[in-house]
Design a binder for this molecule. Structure first.
Ligand SMILES: [Zn+2]
Length: 545
């Protein structure tokens, strides 16, 4: 309410009315009619929440005036539709407004006035961002009114036709992309203008050219191709990252605006959508590109002062990015020996299969082990004869007790102090009888069904590089390095609702649930958090209606 009072104080005499009331020349009559309309509008919301009642015609000078027409005077919008009209009715009203041709310019003017006074009106609590949708009637009305000026926003994608999305900024990132549906999925075109950052490169940092960063970014988006799917068709979204010159080939009406991204050569840079660290990797790049198509952060925000962000129980790329990549994205891992003995070992038969085998840490989370398992017990060192391809013990075994309450997991590792030896560790995990989730997890591990996606280089070897994306390359030993690929199972990189938000573009109604929870992603004061819908504070918010 404070905001609205402040607003009226700023614009006490503004007149943008184009409805018939505004055309009444006798000011006394005009004031009476407007007063009657406001009393009627305000009174209605206490009598009914049904749109047909709320949006029924209001009294005019003679007879009645359509509701939409009567709301086009700014002061009436502020006073009468302020906070207590249901969203569905606001949407209906906006459709009505869009149908009244003469009122559209006035809505545009209202919006442009508001936009230019954004900071004054909302001050430091400004939430004028796509991730921070305004929730009161007037705020929503204005945001939605902006949408209605683009009549095609909610039109479904047409086969082989580009549709441009030009939306409110999401936490400072303009939402500006184009989509085209075709038989193999949906292309999402972005215009990325890489630039060199102003700061000098830190010592030892090799310069990354704009072209190189573009190639890297394209490679990263290609690595997740097939993991971002239209929930309604199951077909993939293909991200086409265009340079400004390439984007110029598109017709101007559907050409995405260039988005400048600087390449920062300073040391220890935390990348964001507009500034990439020179050594930024695929998980971060994909996360940042997805910000440009309207997705908001979903990792716990407290560390950054974002105190009521919705955080999902099932991880995704906007939440724990690295974890999500490990769980979903195929990759080739290259590991490096740090001793000559290791280099010899990887040249011997059977060793690479042993080295890359998933073990207990790939099948269970640290949380699970801390909650249910003992600390590991060491087993004696065993020699592995150089000529033998098969290890003397398999890298991982698990045994579930007949009552299902206890699981013993045994891992064997190569011994970095003498690579012709292996050594074992065993741990025992026990579930309380009542903990069915724990039982299920243990049974799955015992059946070999637990996904093993987090594989890293074997103890004693260095992680040399990660190449994201699927490959048919066989394992490869080259000198002191060993490369192998990991092809995770079908764990989603994103929640379908996030993809729905991308496809919805600026059509809010097509992704309302997403917006409802995303709007507080960057809220930083308790006041702002107050309006967080209860469902959004639950970790299953993405799965709720
Ligand atoms: Zn982010």
């Amino acid at each position: 309410m404070m905001k609205i009072l402040f607003f009226l104080a700023l614009f006490p005499t503004i007149s943008l009315a184009v409805d018939e009331v505004a055309l009444i020349s006798d000011s006394t009559v005009r004031a009476r009619v407007m007063g009657d309309q406001m009393t009627e509008m305000t009174g209605r919301s206490s009598r009914s929440q049904v749109c047909a009642d709320l949006l029924a015609p209001v009294p005019g000078e003679t007879g009645t005036v359509p509701f939409a027409e009567a709301t086009t005077a700014l002061e009436k919008v502020v006073n009468s539709v302020a906070s207590n009209y249901p969203t569905a009715c606001i949407n209906t009203l906006l459709q009505d407004l869009a149908l009244i041709t003469p009122t559209t310019p006035s809505i545009r003017r209202i919006i442009s006035s508001l936009n230019s006074f954004d900071q004054v009106i909302w001050g430091s609590n400004a939430k004028a961002l796509a991730c921070t949708v305004q929730d009161s009637g007037i705020e929503q009305l204005l945001a939605l009114a902006e949408d209605t000026t683009k009549v095609n926003d909610c039109q479904p994608l047409q086969n082989n036709k580009w549709k441009k999305v030009d939306g409110n900024a999401a936490y400072g990132n303009p939402i500006n992309y184009s989509m085209q549906k075709n038989a193999s999925g949906v292309r999402v075109a972005l215009n990325i203008d890489f630039r060199q950052g102003a700061a000098a490169a830190a010592a030892g940092v090799a310069p990354v050219s704009n072209q190189l960063m573009m190639e890297r970014t394209r490679g990263c988006m290609a690595a997740v191709h097939g993991l971002i799917k239209d929930p309604s068709t199951g077909l993939p979204l293909q991200f086409d990252l265009l340079t400004p010159a390439e984007a110029n080939q598109l017709p101007s009406a559907v050409r995405p605006d260039p988005y400048p991204v600087t390449i920062d050569h300073a040391a220890d840079v935390r990348s964001n959508a507009a500034n990439y660290a020179h050594d930024v990797g695929c998980p971060t790049i994909v996360h940042e590109v997805l910000h440009l198509v309207g997705l908001c952060d979903e990792y716990p925000g407290e560390g950054d002062g974002r105190i009521c962000r919705s955080v999902p129980k099932d991880n995704n790329v906007m939440s724990d990015t690295f974890e999500a990549f490990n769980a979903s994205v195929p990759r080739t891992i290259t590991c490096e020996c740090t001793t000559p003995e290791c280099t010899t070992a990887i040249s011997l038969p059977g060793r690479t299969n042993f080295l890359k085998a998933p073990r207990r840490t790939d099948r269970t989370s640290a949380r699970f082990r801390n909650a249910y398992c003992t600390t590991p017990t060491s087993l004696p060192v065993i020699n592995w004869a150089a000529e033998a391809a098969a290890p003397p013990q398999s890298p991982f075994t698990s045994t579930l007790s007949p009552d299902g309450l206890t699981l013993v997991m045994t891992d064997y590792f190569m011994n970095p102090n003498g690579w012709d030896n292996i050594f074992g560790e065993t741990i025992e995990c026990s579930c309380p009888e009542s903990d069915t989730r724990c039982h299920e997890t243990m049974a799955k591990i015992a059946r070999g069904e637990m996904r093993a996606n987090t594989r890293e280089c074997h103890f004693g070897m260095n992680d040399k590089s990660f190449q994201w994306g699927s490959t048919n390359e066989p394992d490869r030993v080259s000198g002191d390095t060993f490369s192998f690929s990991v092809n995770p199972g079908n764990i989603p990189l994103m929640h379908p609702r996030q993809v729905q938000r991308i496809l919805a573009g600026t059509c809010r109604t097509a992704a309302q649930s997403y917006y409802d929870c995303a709007k507080n992603a960057y809220a930083s004061t308790p006041d702002e958090c107050e309006d967080a819908p209860e469902a959004c504070l639950q970790s299953d918010f993405h799965d709720r209606p």
